[in-house]
Design a protein around this ligand. Structure first.
Ligand SMILES: [Zn+2]
Length: 340
């Protein structure tokens, strides 16, 4: 049986529905069953409005998928009152988006589906609807009761970036970086590369915090006091290299020699990533019991409903989801072989 990949609609007032409608015909040869989760009425409405003809079928359970011809997009319908108002932050759209994610994630947790590819949602819209989550990552962590970590992946430039701190004000980054937090991040990253990406001995590069990784303690001291001793200890267990000065590391394309890079803060890792992978980058959530990827862009309310959104990142996200489903299966089989 082919793996089942669920595509959540995202905020209907952004570009999510459009990129799913654009991607679907281009993904027909993918060796997976794709199934959208969201409001069928709004899929049909936007398909007409944007002149992106797709044939739909409403399904109620994933067992119906086997009867759906591959050129038809099955939609697991969330009947919801929300209607499209392009470019507007609305509670009803936020609510629909979250219900679709919850439904899709539950199916993955029940092992009825293998992977989740999520179209973008809007933080303010979900807050307006009363959902107490920042976004996909913390909602999925909550639903599956796991610690998760985000990683950005660009297959084309061979760059994978994870962050030691994510949405933390720059003034607070230093105090958030502790021996314990670094060890946790390294361990999770290592385990995920092994079990979720099927890399037997992952090579991880660790960046410094300060300019020139502090030049031996002249420009700041987090490297000398915390990072160096922590890495020295961790290097006994993991294949780690560093501390690297971030600018030279990216400048000399040294990331090509590693399976992943651990950056110390948001912009240190994401600026080089987005410059290298603007339309092909994919966001992957590590640590979940199922595969989850998403395109590396937001709801783009400014261009919603115009038909000009690019589907490249969503297509990359869907293709990577399938690769990760296969890598997990392979890694699991190998673990079982070693155990017996
Ligand atoms: Zn961010």
């Amino acid at each position: 049986m082919m793996p089942i990949i669920l595509l959540t609609q995202g905020d209907i007032n952004g570009i999510g529905t459009e990129i799913i409608l654009k991607s679907f015909p281009k993904l027909l040869r993918l060796k997976a069953r794709l199934c959208a989760v969201g409001s069928l009425r709004e899929f049909q409405h936007q398909s007409k409005h944007l002149n992106l003809p797709v044939s739909f079928v409403r399904i109620e359970s994933l067992s119906e998928l086997e009867h759906v011809p591959s050129s038809t997009l099955p939609v697991l319908d969330i009947s919801h009152k929300a209607k499209t108002h392009f470019g507007n932050i609305r509670a009803d759209a936020g609510d629909l988006a979250m219900i679709a994610i919850e439904r899709a994630a539950t199916l993955c947790l029940e092992k009825q589906a293998d992977a989740l590819v999520t179209a973008p949602i809007h933080k303010e819209a979900i807050a307006k609807a009363g959902w107490k989550f920042e976004g996909h990552t913390d909602f999925l962590a909550h639903l599956s009761n796991k610690n998760v970590q985000m990683m950005l992946v660009d297959e084309r430039s061979k760059l994978r970036v994870a962050l030691a701190t994510v949405h933390v004000p720059l003034a607070k980054v230093s105090e958030r970086l502790t021996a314990q937090s670094i060890e946790e991040k390294v361990r999770m990253l290592h385990d995920a590369l092994k079990q979720e990406f099927g890399i037997p001995t992952p090579r991880i590069a660790v960046l410094g915090l300060n300019p020139h990784a502090s030049d031996g303690g002249i420009i700041g001291n987090e490297e000398e006091t915390m990072l160096k001793p922590t890495l020295k200890r961790l290097k006994r267990k993991f294949h780690l290299e560093g501390i690297f000065a971030a600018d030279g590391f990216f400048g000399a394309k040294m990331y090509q020699h590693y399976d992943a890079v651990l950056a110390m803060y948001h912009d240190q890792g994401l600026i080089p990533f987005k410059m290298l992978a603007f339309e092909t980058g994919v966001n992957v959530t590590l640590g979940l019991p199922f595969v989850r990827t998403s395109p590396d862009h937001g709801t783009a309310f400014d261009i919603a409903g115009k038909g000009i959104a690019h589907d490249t990142s969503f297509i990359s996200a869907t293709k990577l989801a399938l690769k990760l489903v296969q890598a997990r299966k392979q890694a699991k089989m190998e673990r079982e072989v070693t155990l017996t």
